[in-house]
Ligand binder design. Structure first.
Ligand code: SF4
Length: 427
């Protein structure tokens, strides 16, 4: 029997990552930290990559050709900066780089990083790219606990981020909500790391942590302004969630008097589940062992989500996340059936869902040259017309943003103007 924790009496730590230190790229700050806690929970030393800064861009540009998408440049810049500045032996470092198949360039990130590492003299530094397609290769017996705990950590981190954006625009004392968020994140990470590994006990520990966090947020003085424009934020997952890449667009939007409803990470997990079922149906394998495994996995995920979200009914009563099939249905009239997939479906579908839930505007955050942003931008004018003129604006990022403040200032005025005549009310 494999012991998951070092120091467990009589236990052993003979897993494939023994002696390694895993570094997680901070796509979203909170989820990155929670994910590092997941590794530590299964007995693997892990941390989030140090914060991105100007050197990230500089180093990223040195190791890339300029044709790659912006998230690749930022991630590679962060990893290479870590290798150049860390005093940890590169043999011990394990860079966490998830992967996926499909037309998007994301699937190329891990092999591309491998080439750069080898060419730069870091042959001994390994990359960890566990996916369901390779049965979480590299994790050995840790795969089961990793997947289950990872899902719960993602859910919990998304909930904390939603709380942050729900409260921060209305805080009375500037900085008070950020401070509480940091406290809550530390509480959550400690709970993930130290919770018993038995699934029901672990779920209860994470839920208890979230309830403590909810009460901390509730205790902070706020002054809620019901006329504050609500802006739905969709777009490419990395650029949308990585505050360095998008130049902290959401915080700056708040400074202009807006509140953001930001699409989270778990949306992508629900979408990949839906895609999996679609492919099983297409290939006549819905009633098969694969179909049964997918169905059971989804049921377990839904149950976890229900348990963790339940204490937040009051907070999220007017900003409930949709069922993924509702998002897909919203996008259907605007994109070719079965021809369009991935982030463009989510961006378009979620923009419509958010507009119908009373959003006063939609912002799409995408890396410059990303096809998902370009396709979505092409259909937004029609969506805007169909929904009474809701302002939908693409913001592209490549590290050379010109005048985000001026653009946001103009945009928020458009949202206020739409707010006065919109047909869908909030809540
Ligand atoms: S969605 Fe766009 S920016 Fe993101 S990895 Fe794919 S191609 Fe690159």
């Amino acid at each position: 029997m494999l012991s998951l924790r070092p120091g467990v009496p009589g236990g052993r730590v003979d897993h494939p990552l023994e002696g390694k230190k895993v570094y997680i790229p901070p796509m979203a700050y909170g989820s990155g930290r929670a994910f590092a806690a997941v590794f530590r929970a299964i007995g693997v030393d892990a941390d989030i990559v140090p914060p991105s800064d100007e050197r990230t861009r500089e180093i990223g540009a040195r190791y890339t050709s300029g044709d790659e998408c912006y998230p690749a440049k930022v991630t590679i810049g962060d990893f290479m900066k870590l290798l150049q500045t860390s005093d940890i032996d590169p043999d011990r470092l394990l860079l966490f780089m998830p992967t996926a198949d499909g037309p998007c360039r994301f699937g190329q990130y891990a092999p591309y990083l491998r080439r750069i590492l080898t060419a730069s003299g870091y042959e001994q530094t390994e990359i960890l790219s566990p996916t369901s397609y390779n049965s979480y290769h590299g994790l050995g017996e840790l795969a089961g606990p990793f997947v289950r705990t990872g899902w719960r950590a993602l859910l919990a981190a998304d909930i904390l981020q939603k709380l942050l954006l729900h409260y921060r625009p209305h805080e009375v004392v500037k900085g008070s909500i950020d401070a509480v968020y940091e406290e809550c994140l530390a509480d959550l990470c400690a709970s993930i790391e130290n919770a018993p590994t038995k699934p029901p006990l672990q779920l209860r520990a994470i839920r208890d942590s979230l309830v403590r966090c909810r009460d901390r947020f509730r205790a902070v003085p706020i002054r809620r302004d019901p006329s504050m424009p609500l802006i739905g934020v969709v777009g490419e997952i990395f650029c949308r969630l990585n505050t360095f890449s998008n130049e902290d667009l959401v915080r700056r939007l708040e400074e202009y008097g807006g509140e953001a409803w930001l699409s989270d990470i778990t949306e992508w997990v629900w979408y990949t589940n839906a895609e999996n079922f679609r492919k099983l149906r297409l290939t006549g394998r819905l009633i098969s062992k694969d179909g049964l495994v997918a169905w059971i996995r989804q049921r377990v995920q839904r149950r976890d989500e229900h348990v963790l979200l339940e204490p937040f009914r009051e907070e999220f009563s007017d900003c409930k996340e949709p069922d993924i099939y509702e998002v897909i249905e919203c996008a259907r009239p605007y994109l070719p059936n079965d021809g369009a997939m991935g982030e463009m479906v989510l961006n378009v579908g979620k923009a419509i869902y958010l507009a119908k839930r009373g959003a006063d505007g939609i912002i799409d955050i995408s890396p410059f040259t990303c096809m998902n942003g370009i396709v979505s931008e092409a259909v937004y004018p029609k969506i805007s017309r169909d929904l009474g003129g809701i302002p939908i604006r693409n913001f592209y990022f490549d590290g050379t943003q010109s005048d985000l403040d001026r653009d946001l200032g103009v945009y928020i005025e458009l949202a206020r103007s739409y707010q006065r005549r919109k047909q869908f009310q909030r809540g």
